[in-house]
Design a protein around this ligand. Structure first.
Ligand code: GLU
Length: 473
């Protein structure tokens, strides 16, 4: 590629950053990074009724979380209205556009006739070749492009391949409305040009627009970008992705589902792009490998299970302090109290035994909760059932053996518990079960030696004593 690559992500701020938008952003970002180019952001806020500041904030927030930041400050399309109008007037002056004075009533009538005749509904070009003297004085007008009428327009799309449209199908679309505001189609083209965009990578729902956009680009004599229209994401059942399938805001993956951004990125990358069988593709590897040729032509199916598995992988890889910081507010929410410094340290230490089994941060928080509960614990049904008389006798013996342990290390704890088991003529599991119930109130937890270690000697003995005395069951 000889010209420096410039890509852009151009969301309309009418809602949160959804998973499809995030994937489009990712592909643009990766493509730019792979080629050492630039990735730009443009907020397409010309629809004033539907664009909101909250949506703009949510989009930036989602992109930030994923690490997909623009290389320059974002462009806000609405602020560039004068520039869009300028280009429309330039096209007018060069004869590539014309003023159309057709009234709304006339156009409604035209549509009605076309409908009755079962013809495609499109503007008929009635002002295209009229002499300027015909213009009704002072009447409102729109500016329309003189679209090519003969021949065909071809796009060599980097994903879709060669796509051809007969020019008779392209009508003379409006560039500037009668109130002087530019249309979306004009704004996109002017902004892409002024931002120096070389590659337009976006959802294939915009493929039809590309033909119309090209007629403006050609009329201006501007360089044409490379188009890459990527297939949309479908739900696991093959239907268009909706909320039911997980078409949620990126924030829901972070906040409600407790996913790590690197897992979401890896998942989105694999959703529609592939490199052999490689599933685990951290960002650096993705930058190294990404190319448009690896983007498939058929819609990809969203599979939450795959995302969860990837998340599990990245949780296991993640640094314990970072994880603990992400988990702490979730633990606090479950407990209804914030963790103090000592508890926060314990949480960091607990990560190594909590993360191997977890698929998301919520599961880690759930697994960590027992560490910070006040004694006496609440025992769930299964745990209560385990704490019968013989179990309590065993707990008392265990407490006796643990009491003299001086250096509270996992090894020393293991030694002690093995001794209890031997003396009682029981397997380790048989000792661990009631012990786990007494210490955590549950029947599932990290390994029992880790549990004892993380709780510390004092708290462990207190819990054993409490379980021994408590009337449970
Ligand atoms: N604003 C459009 C959207 O959110 C994208 C336009 C484009 O990428 O050209 O769907």
């Amino acid at each position: 590629m000889n010209k420096a690559v410039v890509t852009r992500f151009a969301p309309s701020p009418t809602g949160f950053l959804h998973i499809g938008g995030a994937r489009t952003a990712l592909f643009n970002w990766l493509f730019a990074r792979h080629h050492g180019g630039k990735f730009l952001l443009r907020i397409e806020d010309t629809d004033r009724a539907r664009s909101t500041d909250e949506a703009v904030a949510a989009i930036f927030d989602g992109l930030d979380w994923l690490g997909l930041r623009g290389d320059e400050p974002a462009v806000f399309q609405f602020e560039r209205t004068p520039r869009h109008a300028e280009v429309a007037n330039q096209l007018l002056a060069s004869g590539h556009a014309y003023r159309c004075y057709a009234t709304p009533e006339e156009l409604a009538e035209l549509r009605e006739q076309q409908r009755a005749a079962r013809q495609p509904m499109r503007y008929d070009g009635r002002w295209r070749d009229r002499a300027p003297e015909d213009a009704p004085a002072g009447a409102p007008f729109v500016i329309r492009i003189k679209a090519p009428r003969e021949g065909e327009t071809v796009i060599e799309d980097a994903v879709q391949g060669r796509v051809v449209v007969q020019n008779v199908e392209l009508d003379d679309m409006i560039l500037l409305r009668s109130d002087g505001t530019p249309t979306y189609m004009l704004a996109v083209v002017v902004d892409d040009h002024d931002m120096g965009v070389t590659h337009v990578i976006r959802g294939d729902d915009h493929l039809n627009n590309a033909f119309r956009q090209l007629s403006i680009i050609r009329a201006m004599g501007w360089e044409e970008p490379t188009y890459a229209h990527i297939p949309l994401i479908h739900g696991s059942d093959g239907a268009k992705l909706s909320k039911r399938h997980g078409a949620l805001g990126v924030d829901a993956y972070r906040d409600e589902m407790g996913m790590l951004p690197e897992a979401v990125l890896n998942y989105l990358l694999r959703l529609g792009w592939g490199h052999g069988d490689e599933e685990i593709l951290p960002v650096a590897r993705a930058i190294e490998l990404f190319d448009i040729a690896g983007v498939g032509r058929s819609p990809s199916r969203f599979d939450i299970k795959k995302l969860e598995n990837l998340n599990g992988h990245y949780l296991r890889e993640a640094d314990d302090s970072r994880l603990a910081a992400l988990v702490a507010p979730r633990v606090a929410a479950r407990l209804g109290k914030t963790l103090d410094e000592k508890q926060s340290d314990i949480l960091v230490q607990a990560m190594a035994s909590l993360k191997p089994r977890a698929k998301n941060l919520n599961e880690i928080a759930e697994g960590a909760e027992f560490l910070f509960k006040n004694c006496p614990l609440d025992f769930d049904e299964k745990a209560s059932a385990l704490l019968d008389d013989s179990a309590r006798a065993l707990l008392a013996k265990t407490a006796d053996v643990l009491q003299p342990v001086q250096f509270w290390t996992v090894e020393a704890i293991e030694d002690a518990i093995r001794r209890v088991a031997e003396d009682a003529g029981l397997g380790l599991g048989k000792v661990a079960q009631p012990l786990r119930a007494a210490l955590t109130g549950r029947t599932v937890s990290p390994g029992i030696f880790d549990v004892l270690f993380l709780l510390g000697k004092e708290e462990s003995l207190e819990r054993l004593a409490a379980a021994g005395h408590a009337t449970v069951g």
